[in-house]
Design a protein around this ligand. Structure first.
Ligand SMILES: Nc1ncnc2c1ncn2[C@@H]1O[C@H](COP(=O)(O)OP(=O)(O)OP(=O)(O)O)[C@@H](O)[C@H]1O
Length: 473
């Protein structure tokens, strides 16, 4: 502080630069400085004043600056990272240029439908959800190392549309990619490639994740509930978020509570609900306010039969107006048959079938299901050779210790009288415990479709055996 200029600079910098006051304070407090400039720091109240109060001035200035920046670029960062407020850049999905390869005809037709829906999106009134060549890769943490990151492909090149008034069932075995698909549509996760478009009733097209409240209702696989809020409070909060008027909300909430038999639990906090009751509440939240697009990821898991039927009724009522579109992921064929206009069957992230269950059922009539039960497992190979001799186009579906299961094309099994007499003879020769020859049921068709080639045990297909896994029955 040898001149007025220095002092002015000191005041200016210490007011604007946060690190300056503590550093200045340290410099001024050193004995060397005191000796050289023959002043005691404690004599200079100005310096103490700056060192103590400047940080408060900084707080106010920078809090205001931060607020301005947040108002300009959105406040989501504060929620995710309240300390450093670094907002991850949203990964922009790129177009999926991967060739889909050979696909079943109905899957290919659906892909073409998506293409034409994308081409004429503004004019196209029908589709509420358009999923266009979507792919999702996760980092496979188990297989990754420090040097090499390995990816797990959960969904590959998936394309489908859901029309207004339609409920599309999403079926498939565990890990098929159903939840990943629903989460990409809801915007909960970002697609690695491809795009999802949601079309509002006003014709506005928005990519998933940027939809307006009230447009999308989602019941994800994990219950998104606040543990301390009661059932009734949850419904009230969601009604407010969806922009419902208070009087409308009260009527709708009471109707939903009655329809799903939630009245007994209105004052129960979410943490004390049973799994089935929590699912009921999640489902109720997803339909509250009649969103245009509704996504349900296994909503009936944990519900008792009565609860499941009540939920079905609510779905039917909600879909009456033909202004809504819904996707229902389920493990139950019966639920899909009761609720869905079409079903999409996913296996290992790929679409294996899309269409009505009736069409799938009619295809099941084109082959027979043969199951033979052995008394002596040692005879398995000989019996297999005999079945192939009797029905040359039979394909073995399963091989267990005491039974073998085959699919036989219809033309190979008729006339049935001959088939039964051949099987009777085999029963005597091989001392079979039992056998059955029946039309392929819907359940069996579904099992055939969803059987994953990669997971299949190669030991079960010894040389010479035709172990085909046709996509169509
Ligand atoms: N966050 C994640 N990180 C890594 N892999 C994941 C992640 N989430 C899902 N996966 C993997 O992606 C694949 C698809 O998972 P997804 O949950 O979509 O299947 P799903 O069909 O919903 O199964 P389920 O019927 O059991 O709910 C699975 O193999 C799963 O292990």
């Amino acid at each position: 502080m040898v001149s007025d200029l220095h002092e002015a600079l000191y005041f200016t910098f210490s007011t604007l630069i946060p690190v300056f006051p503590p550093l200045g304070w340290l410099i001024f407090s050193t004995p060397r400085f005191s000796v050289l400039h023959s002043i005691s720091v404690y004599e200079s109240w100005n310096h103490i004043f700056i060192a103590v109060f400047a940080p408060y001035i900084h707080c106010v200035i920078f809090a205001l600056l931060l607020r301005c920046l947040e108002m300009r670029s959105g406040g989501a960062a504060t929620r995710l990272d309240p300390i450093f407020r670094i907002q991850k850049r949203r990964v922009v999905s790129r177009q999926n240029r991967e060739h889909p390869g050979e696909e079943p005809p109905e899957v290919h037709a659906e892909r073409e439908r998506v293409r034409s829906a994308m081409a004429s999106l503004q004019q196209e009134e029908e589709s509420a959800i358009v999923v266009n060549s979507v792919r999702k890769e996760y980092e496979d943490k188990k297989a990754s190392s420090v040097f090499k990151k390995r990816k797990k492909v959960a969904v590959k090149n998936l394309s489908f549309t859901v029309k207004k008034g339609e409920v599309l069932g999403l079926l498939g075995p565990n890990g098929a990619g159903k939840s990943t698909t629903i989460n990409m549509i809801s915007g909960h996760i970002t697609a690695t490639a491809g795009e999802v478009l949601l079309k509002g009733c006003d014709g506005v097209v928005s990519t998933s994740g940027q939809s307006i409240p009230g447009y999308l209702g989602c019941c994800p696989q994990q219950d998104p509930l606040w543990p301390d809020l009661t059932v009734h409070q949850h419904l009230q909060v969601y009604a407010a978020v969806r922009g419902m008027r208070k009087e409308d909300a009260a009527v709708t909430i009471s109707r939903i509570e009655n329809a799903l038999d939630l009245q007994k639990h209105l004052r129960t906090p979410a943490r004390r609900l049973s799994a089935g009751e929590a699912r009921k509440l999640c489902f109720a939240l997803s339909i509250l306010g009649g969103p245009v697009v509704m996504l349900w990821d296994e909503p009936s898991v944990g519900m008792d039969l009565k609860g499941q039927r009540r939920m079905w009724k609510v779905i039917q009522t909600a879909m009456k107006s033909k202004e809504h579109a819904a996707i229902l992921s389920t493990q139950y064929l019966e639920e899909a048959a009761a609720m869905c206009d079409r079903v999409a069957i996913l296996v290992s992230g790929q679409l294996r079938y899309i269409g009505s269950l009736e069409d799938l059922k009619s295809k099941s009539g084109t082959s027979y299901h043969l199951e033979v039960k052995m008394t002596d497992p040692e005879q398995s190979d000989a019996l297999h050779a005999e079945v192939l001799h009797l029905f040359p186009y039979a394909t073995r579906q399963e091989r267990m210790t005491s039974s073998l299961i085959y699919k036989i094309p219809m033309e190979n099994a008729v006339p049935l009288s001959q088939s039964f007499s051949k099987l009777e003879a085999a029963k005597q020769n091989f001392r079979l415990e039992d056998y059955s020859l029946s039309l392929h049921s819907l359940q069996q068709v579904f099992v055939d479709l969803t059987r994953d080639l990669e997971e299949h045990d190669p030991d079960a297909a010894p040389d010479g055996v035709v172990e085909q896994r046709p996509l169509h029955p």
